[in-house]
Design a protein around this ligand. Sequence first.
Ligand code: PLP
Length: 473
Amino acid sequence: MDSEEFRDWSRRVADWGADYRAGLRERPVRAQTKPGDIARQIADAAPETGDTMEAIFADFERIIPDGLTHWQHPRFFAYFPANAAPVSVIADYLVTSIAAQCMLWQTSPAATELETRVVDWLRQALGLPKDFSGVIQDSASTATLTAVLVMREKALGWKGNSQGLAAHKAVRVYASEQVHTSIDRAIWIAGVGEANLVRIPTKGPLNGMDPDVLDAAIRADLAVGHIPAGVIACTGGTSIGACDPIRAVAAVVRSHGLYLHVDAAWAGSAMICPEFRTLWDGIEAADSIVFNPHKWLGANFDCSVQFIRSPEDQVRTLAIHPEFLKTHGHDGIINYSEWSIPLGRRFRALKLWFLLRYHGLEGLRGVIRNHVKWSEALAARLAAEPDFEIVTQPVLSLFSFRHEAGDDADGHNLALVNAINDDGRIYLTQTRVDGRIAIRFQAGQFEMTRDDADDAFKVIVEVARNLSLRSPT
Ligand code: PLP
């Protein structure tokens, strides 16, 4: 592709993207395709000779957009948001064009130094103390894996990487049932083993882990010769927004000299609003904290920020220094690949820089506060309907509910989620609370308005009642 064609198509694609965003409300939120619909339209093998951009782009328009679930749709209320604020998309156009590998300071000095700055902007914005450094990871799953590796290495006197785990007693990690499955994966991959992930029961309105039970579990493990390594707490668990009591958990962790990682992948963005920080009261005692600006803050995927109290421990756990990666003559620089698992790194700091400068913290706080307010209002409206039950109260902008209808409540509510998503005006997903199906609602899409929350209410009530009429119990 010559530079004129590159210029022309870059412009056309940017135009297409702007039209796509502007027309999202006209599309069903969740893809309405059936499995195999898209694959049938794609050739079985790559062409031997090149195609024209006109032909490629025509096929893109014909096949792809209708086969997608539209995560930037203002009525996307499923899972957690994956916002891509337009300004961060613009920054990522630049990143994609430049296509730098940001593994070492030397391979991308501007990317490294901007990363240090914007992560520190976020540290301040979240109200975290100065003694946290930070790094942008690709995902919360990666951040949590690094934390588990560091806690494992510290607990094993830095011998796990060299000796493996077979030579040692069981390394134990503690978390509640409410943490995300990325914690289980980290435990598997780090070789700790699911059997050594000790589940601590939860209690209270925020479904947080019981610190007394945590303390007792650690003591019991010590008594039988296990090696307690650390605790993974959550602020804003995926299912229902569970929040562990960080201050009390941290006190137990400190008393045993363990490592504390806090997963705030979703809720962390809300901590730019001081009034929500009670949800992670005591956070300054953590060793590692992860939150995903690619969820609620508006930075497009991927962008996961990990704050670390002791980057030296992270580097000691993860860094390898072959000659071909050494940067002789540069002392005191940061090579962020030594804080991460992959060697190669995208230039992720640019979209944060653009996002934070364009909206300002106050602009972003306004977006998040609206989501919380609209979600609370929707929960109150559903609670006032005679046939709806609020199963878990809003934690920030997430709550769960159930439509009351007949004996097969689980079957009915699963059918309701499907019927709502087939309708297409909004998109919701389900979870299980105390063994029973509940429907999750979270408000978090960047372009969402109060009208979208009103529409959600109308759709939920209308589809639920139509479903009950069709299948009376
Ligand atoms: N932690 C929580 C609380 C989450 O909700 C999620 C994803 O939704 C994750 C971790 C995993 O995030 P990532 O996709 O960045 O690995």
